[in-house]
Design a protein around this ligand. Structure first.
Ligand SMILES: [Fe+2]
Ligand SMILES: [Fe+2]
Length: 424
């Protein structure tokens, strides 16, 4: 490490890239934002797609942000030799993250995660907006490492297009005050110091190569949780703000999963003919009438083949509460099943919902009505059908549903998905 970077913990590299290239990349990224917005709004792409960028990153919701845009990750490699020369370090590239800040944005004081050990923020263009850095790792607002809780003014840095601030992202607090301009495009290029323990294993942020979305990271099933300063404080547990959470091994049961009014609205849409007379059910492959076994299974696909397939989506998305609460990174399939009443409780057959889904995928079942049917698992465990109960288990776990004998039907909503992992 150069003595200067060692001592100061930050440095500014002017014209790390040619300002003309910065302008080109900015224009590219502004166009990508516009294209993404149109495609999301027109539902040309799935609402849980992240490959076109997102407006739901936890640090800056509502602001266009993008993990591993390919042009940005190309910059990550392009700038690496210059970075190594200026910092005197051998670097391991981890990932690039880009954002177009908008009017009113505030970047709270925070430190970054391990992959941002050697962090940079490069200005691509737009309105100037100072960033502040506290070079003393012991000073700042507070965090998990027990450093002093003290507000400091930090050092103000104003970057021109192509300039970049290099800093020890997981040591030094950095922040920005309220933005009064219109747009400010920044790309964060992150590296590890090759000498740091664990850095080689962390190459490309744990992905097989650059350019891939975050869910190619190793072990992406444990979502990273950060405190309000953005410090990593552990992995996410399932939302416990429900009445009761019972956990048996990999199977999690949550009662009263949705707020009562939300659940009622969802159930009525599917099952109350007076409130919603048109709701299509399709004969299911699993139990067809011609099998002549005394009951049938009907299905309604809400989400599948990478797209929303039914207007029912609008009931479960947004204020409907279900999608928000499940917090999927990506949805594989959402399907409602309705099994008609039978003279006995029949198990339909052990299966995996989506055999081609990655190992990190989860299956959740929301029970739409209370009845004496159940879900049975390969482990022998049974979960009873109770309205507004959610059971969650690994997608690759064998299970079966059943009929019921005490109600006209047993209705469930199956959600196959990968849970979100907050990344910034
Ligand atoms: Fe940061
Ligand atoms: Fe299933």
């Amino acid at each position: 490490m150069t003595p200067e970077f060692e001592k100061n913990n930050y440095m500014v590299i002017e014209k790390a890239i040619d300002p003309k290239i910065a302008e080109f990349v900015m224009n590219y990224f502004m166009m990508k934002r516009q294209v993404a917005r149109t495609m999301f709004d027109e539902r040309f792409i799935s609402p849980s797609t992240t490959e076109w960028g997102v407006w739901n990153d936890s640090q800056m919701p509502e602001t266009y942000s993008h993990y591993a845009d390919i042009a940005m990750e190309t910059l990550l490699i392009d700038v690496q030799p210059k970075m190594e020369k200026e910092t005197g370090l051998d670097l391991i590239p981890t990932y690039a993250y880009a954002r177009i800040y908008k009017n009113g944005d505030v970047l709270e004081r925070h430190k970054d995660r391990f992959s941002c050990e050697i962090s940079t923020t490069m200005n691509l263009g737009g309105d100037p907006w100072p960033i502040y850095i506290e070079p003393n790792p012991k000073k700042g607002k507070g965090g998990p490492n027990g450093y002093e809780s003290e507000y400091t003014d930090g050092v103000e840095v104003v970057l021109k297009p192509g300039d970049m601030l290099v800093y020890k992202g997981n040591l030094c607090e950095h922040w920005r005050d309220k933005f009064d301009g219109t747009d400010c495009a920044q790309v964060f290029l992150h590296y590890n110091d090759a000498k740091t323990k664990g850095s080689k294993k962390n190459m490309f942020d744990g992905r097989p190569h650059l350019g891939l979305p975050w869910n190619w990271r190793e072990n992406p099933v444990s979502p990273i949780v950060t405190d309000e300063q953005g410090n990593e404080i552990g992995v996410e547990e399932f939302n416990d703000s429900v009445d009761e959470v019972k956990t048996t091994g990999d199977i999690k049961v949550q009662d009263n999963f949705l707020e009562e009014s939300q659940f009622q609205a969802i159930r009525d849409y599917v099952l109350d003919y007076d409130k919603q007379p048109i709701f299509n059910w399709f004969m299911s492959d699993v139990v067809r009438p011609q099998q002549n076994i005394g009951y049938t299974q009907w299905a309604h696909i809400v989400y599948g083949y990478g797209m929303v397939q039914s207007d029912f989506w609008n009931q479960i998305d947004g204020s409907g509460g279900l999608i928000e609460k499940l917090d999927p990174y990506t949805i594989v399939r959402i399907k409602l099943n309705l099994l008609t009443k039978h003279t006995e409780i029949s198990e339909s057959g052990m299966h995996i919902d989506v055999p081609y889904a990655p190992d990190v995928a989860l299956t959740s079942i929301l029970y739409m009505n209370t009845n004496n049917g159940y879900t049975k698992f390969e482990t022998g465990e049974k979960v009873e059908s109770v309205a507004n109960r959610l059971v969650t288990f690994p997608n690759n776990m064998m299970h079966t549903g059943t009929t019921c004998t005490d109600e006209q039907y047993r209705c469930v909503m199956n959600i196959d998905y990968i849970k979100n992992q907050r990344t910034a």
